[in-house]
Design a protein. Structure first.
Length: 207
């Protein structure tokens, strides 16, 4: 996955609480196991009318937010089912960071595994960032993962907490597969030793 180090980008305000994963990516779009192509269906029921036309009042349909890479959201973001397609859809649209006062646990964990940084901040602080985001293309926030700060348009720095292991994974661009690949030499050495102390198992695997 792509590394997350320092991001300066347009922030889109989604001031709605309890946005569940079915709102993020409706169940009818879960027929694929590919991580690409889901961005067009992100928030589909909120973005599109029944005839497929865009709802002009939805934030990501507004010209100034079409290329947003940061989402400032309401509390309990990502609740509902545990579908990993939710972070896939956000990432495919271009969202690399979601800021909210609280997240559903499974969604929160899935974000890290897919290269998205979820940042949890006090509700009052999220409210201030929501106001910043309402400035449109002038609402560029900077998220510096190494320093663990969000920088507002006025220069104010807001610190945030992140698990050290997850931080290192994002900085290094390491998902579960990448972490495993770091141990390739040790895995190969282990497998090379199997015939010496488990010959029957090794022989059975060849049959």
């Amino acid at each position: 996955m792509d590394r997350f180090t320092r991001l300066t980008a347009i922030a889109a305000p989604l001031n709605i609480a309890n946005v569940d994963t079915d709102k993020i990516i409706p169940a009818r779009f879960l027929k694929t196991i590919k991580r690409t192509g889901l961005g067009k269906s992100l928030f589909a029921d909120m973005r599109y009318a029944a005839d497929g036309s865009e709802k002009v009042d939805f934030v990501l349909n507004q010209p100034r937010y079409r290329h947003a890479e940061i989402l400032v959201a309401g509390e309990n973001f990502g609740c509902g089912s545990s579908r990993e397609h939710a972070p896939w859809a956000l990432l495919d649209f271009g969202i690399r960071c979601v800021i909210a006062s609280s997240f559903a646990d499974i969604f929160f964990n899935n974000c890290f595994k897919n290269g998205i940084l979820p940042i949890m901040l006090p509700e009052a602080v999220v409210g201030a960032l929501m106001e910043d985001a309402s400035l449109g293309t002038n609402a560029r926030l900077t998220v510096d993962l190494a320093r663990q700060v969000v920088v507002r348009p006025n220069g104010e720095e807001i610190g945030f907490e992140v698990d050290p292991f997850r931080k290192e994974c994002l900085l290094g661009g390491l998902d579960d597969i990448g972490l495993t690949e770091q141990k390739t030499a040790a895995i190969d050495a282990y497998e090379a030793r199997i015939p010496a102390w488990q010959p029957r198992l090794h022989a059975g695997a060849k049959q």
